[in-house]
Write a protein that binds this ligand. Structure first.
Ligand code: DX5
Ligand code: ZN
Length: 220
């Protein structure tokens, strides 16, 4: 049985005083910190690179779940692994050499993840299932926080569960990113999710620590 993990997305945190938010998340028992790296090409937004990931690593005891929304991810695998990523996820749509990029991540001793945009079929990763530690299913179109959960994701997750079973790779962790709130977290969990990324769902709550506690309670 895989453990269910809450991964707050720092995209919605206060970057003027990021250490304060990280300490708050540590106290609340967050399982992973989700870091969204955007390049202004693969997605229409720009965030930060390895320099900031390293700065976050220096003040965090929570493992880092680094989500690369960038073109040519293979060129940056070493930099993000060296910066302290514990999980490193690339988009299947962003590289014609997914297998090679996954080997690069694993050679660094980092957990290898692949992410699928909402329109990308599950069959696009069937040939690399044996090389994966994690699959990140986008429940919104990547680029921004605060968007609505795309309902078709539930059906996609159920089909992914079948696919993992068929190929005998049920150890792979399933991560869902986008639009996760207290109101839908149980439904997403029942469909097969293990890691729940939530940005606005946590940081826009009146009490983010209480929100994490309630999300964990909903997953029991
Ligand atoms: C979107 C990012 C998400 C984002 C989620 O491109 O990958 O991680 O921060 O934010 P919410 O939870 O607000 O949808
Ligand atoms: Zn993300």
């Amino acid at each position: 049985m895989k453990t269910k993990k809450i991964a707050p997305s720092l995209l919605s945190a206060n970057f003027s005083n990021i250490e304060k938010d990280i300490k708050m998340l540590e106290e609340a028992g967050a399982d992973l910190l989700h870091l969204d790296v955007m390049d202004g090409h693969f997605v229409p937004n720009i965030t930060f690179g390895p320099f900031i990931v390293k700065a976050i690593k220096n003040v965090s005891t929570i493992p880092l779940d680094v989500h690369l929304m960038i073109e040519n991810p293979g060129d940056y695998v070493a930099a993000f692994c060296d910066a302290g990523a514990d999980y490193l996820t690339v988009h299947v749509e962003a590289t014609p050499h997914l297998h090679r990029v996954l080997q690069q991540i694993k050679a660094k001793g980092v957990k290898a993840g692949v992410s699928l945009n909402p329109h990308t079929p599950l069959s696009s990763i069937e040939e690399v299932l044996g090389d994966l530690d994690m699959i990140l299913i986008m429940a919104v179109n990547p680029g921004f926080g605060g968007q609505s959960f795309i309902e078709n994701t539930i059906d996609k997750l159920k089909r992914l569960k079948q696919m993992l079973k068929k190929h005998n790779v049920e150890h792979i962790e399933v991560n869902v990113d986008g639009g996760i709130k207290l109101a839908n977290i149980k439904k997403v969990s029942d469909a097969g999710c293990d890691i729940f990324v939530s940005g606005s769902g946590i940081f826009k709550a009146t009490n983010p620590q209480e929100m994490i506690r309630q999300m964990k309670e909903a997953l029991k």
